[in-house]
Design a protein around this ligand. Structure first.
Ligand code: HEC
Ligand code: HEC
Ligand code: HEC
Ligand code: HEC
Ligand code: HEC
Length: 358
């Protein structure tokens, strides 16, 4: 379903959608940096902004990150991770507030301060917490060891590059679609305010065809020697997400369809799962039908939230009213951490006759 939706994108309004896809000033664009965009057959990768923008309503980075024992040799990665919600999964105020008054708060910690996942019988098992020292103490949230440390002390990674510093081993959970199992270990379960959206993706044709979460959420940022005389691209440990307007705008394919005298807006989900993917978030589309002189003929709005989310690969129609020369569309994101909604897209669409896309 996912793959065919993308094929339709290319066939119907692909050109227009690409041309209108805008990145904010200062962010990189596909043309400038070859690592910013991947080539992939049958699956259109997202263009990622780098670095990812600051976290909504949180510290820009986890202050204590430099105390990580990995910092001495992997400083760039530690720095990226320090600016991700993974490193802040414990210090997150919303998390700490949510724990208050809960009888079995320990049951929550398994994904917020996880012991090494590779110590579990397999990645489908329930993540277990590291010993917590009470709500006052800080922790490295989802830490380097949570994802990389094997029970025998080896550090598992995508290549297993040898080093005297510590034993390493190549592991499938860091290679291509194999990494989906690692992400899903914590993202497939619906618990607290969390929606297990990884399940959507794991069942998609895109995942079956080898696509992965990291292709959309971890940007390719630098090149290193591949050990065989060539170069290979390395991904950032920052997480690209809805808080980045340039990233979020790519989530939606928009088209204005004319039916007789009326115009309607079609919004299609291009993400790897339902949107929005977290309780409390809402995405609002405001559409205005305008005549050639810019006078308003009709307007309407549509909100996607936890109850009325847009499933993977699907689209929703918004009846706007009298058709004019163009349809002006704005997308606004509502986040409980922010006082005001953030505009993530603004587009002018020309109403076309319904092309039969669905
Ligand atoms: C199976 C793993 C897992 C368990 C267990 C878990 N969480 Fe989480 N939690 C997550 C993930 C994954 C996210 C991030 C979801 C996202 O950003 O879409 C998250 C995010 C959160 C957030 C941040 C929401 C926000 O709006 O920023 C809160 C609060 C939270 N969890 C509370 C809890 C509570 C309370 C429990 C125990 C009842 C719990 N979690 C147990 C995986 C888990
Ligand atoms: C949520 C799980 C997760 C966490 C937490 C995490 N990593 Fe990774 N790491 C990955 C994945 C997935 C890859 C492979 C990315 C790719 O596809 O290239 C990776 C790749 C790497 C690599 C190999 C980079 C290369 O040369 O290709 C190193 C080294 C590394 N991580 C170190 C760290 C360190 C140090 C930390 C803590 C600061 C950390 N990781 C935290 C998941 C994680
Ligand atoms: C004394 C330096 C040093 C320290 C400390 C160190 N590493 Fe490494 N690590 C290296 C070197 C060198 C390599 C091989 C080249 C590379 O991938 O950067 C490596 C490789 C890795 C790999 C394998 C990458 C792959 O391509 O498969 C992972 C994962 C990793 N380190 C994680 C960590 C984590 C997590 C820590 C902290 C617990 C850590 N390292 C501490 C130097 C170090
Ligand atoms: C050990 C559990 C765990 C694993 C493994 C894990 N995550 Fe997360 N992830 C979390 C938690 C917990 C949060 C929310 C933290 C918070 O909001 O404080 C989160 C948040 C996120 C977010 C939201 C970022 C934002 O800024 O809003 C994205 C995207 C994400 N993870 C992607 C991934 C990907 C991709 C992988 C696989 C490489 C992965 N996660 C692996 C636990 C995990
Ligand atoms: C085709 C690109 C794509 C793929 C593949 C993808 N995502 Fe996402 N993801 C997005 C977009 C776009 C958003 C922002 C839309 C939204 O508001 O939920 C997002 C949002 C998220 C969020 C944050 C939800 C929120 O509202 O804060 C998490 C967590 C996440 N994805 C995890 C994953 C995991 C885990 C996988 C793999 C199982 C995955 N994603 C696969 C594009 C993708």
């Amino acid at each position: 379903m996912f793959a065919s939706a993308l094929a339709l994108t290319a066939g119907v309004v692909g050109g227009a959608a690409l041309a209108l896809r805008a990145a904010p000033p200062g962010s990189s664009s596909a043309g400038q940096d070859p690592t910013a965009r991947e080539q992939g057959a049958g699956f259109e990768r997202f263009v990622l902004a780098k670095p990812a923008p600051a976290l909504d309503g949180r510290p820009a980075r986890l202050e204590q990150a430099t105390q990580s024992s990995c910092n001495e040799c992997h400083a760039a990665i530690v720095d990226e991770w320090a600016a991700s919600t993974h490193s802040q999964a414990w210090v997150n105020e919303l998390y700490q507030e949510d724990l208050e008054g809960r009888k079995k708060a320990e049951s929550c910690h398994g994904c917020h301060i996880p012991a090494p996942l590779h110590a579990l019988p397999d990645l489908n098992a329930k993540p277990q917490p590291r010993p917590a020292q009470g709500a006052e103490a800080w922790h490295f949230g989802v830490s380097c060891e949570s994802c990389h440390l094997a029970p025998d002390g080896a550090l598992l990674g995508p290549t297993g590059a040898p080093t005297d510093a510590h034993p390493t081993r190549k592991h499938e959970s860091f290679v291509g679609a194999g990494s989906n199992a690692l992400c899903a270990a914590c993202h497939k379960t619906t618990v607290g305010p969390v929606i297990g959206i990884a399940k959507d993706f794991l069942g998609s044709t895109a995942a079956a065809a080898g696509a992965s979460c990291v292709e959309c959420h971890l940007a390719l940022v630098r090149e290193v020697d591949d050990g065989a005389g060539g170069k290979r691209a390395v991904r950032s440990h920052e997480l690209q997400s809805a808080r980045d307007p340039a990233f979020l705008s790519q989530c939606f394919e928009l088209s204005a369809e004319r039916e007789g005298e009326h115009v309607r807006l079609r919004v299609r989900n291009r993400a790897g799962h339902r949107v929005p993917g977290l309780v409390g978030r809402a995405l609002e589309f405001r559409a205005r039908s305008l005549d050639a002189k810019g006078a308003e003929l009709a307007k309407a709005a549509l909100t996607l939230d936890t109850q009325s989310y847009l499933p993977l690969g699907e689209s929703v129609l918004l009846e706007v009213g009298r058709a004019g020369a163009r349809l002006e569309v704005q997308g606004w994101r509502h986040d409980p951490r922010l006082d005001d909604p953030v505009m993530f897209l603004e587009r002018q669409l020309e109403p076309g006759v319904n092309s039969g896309a669905r």
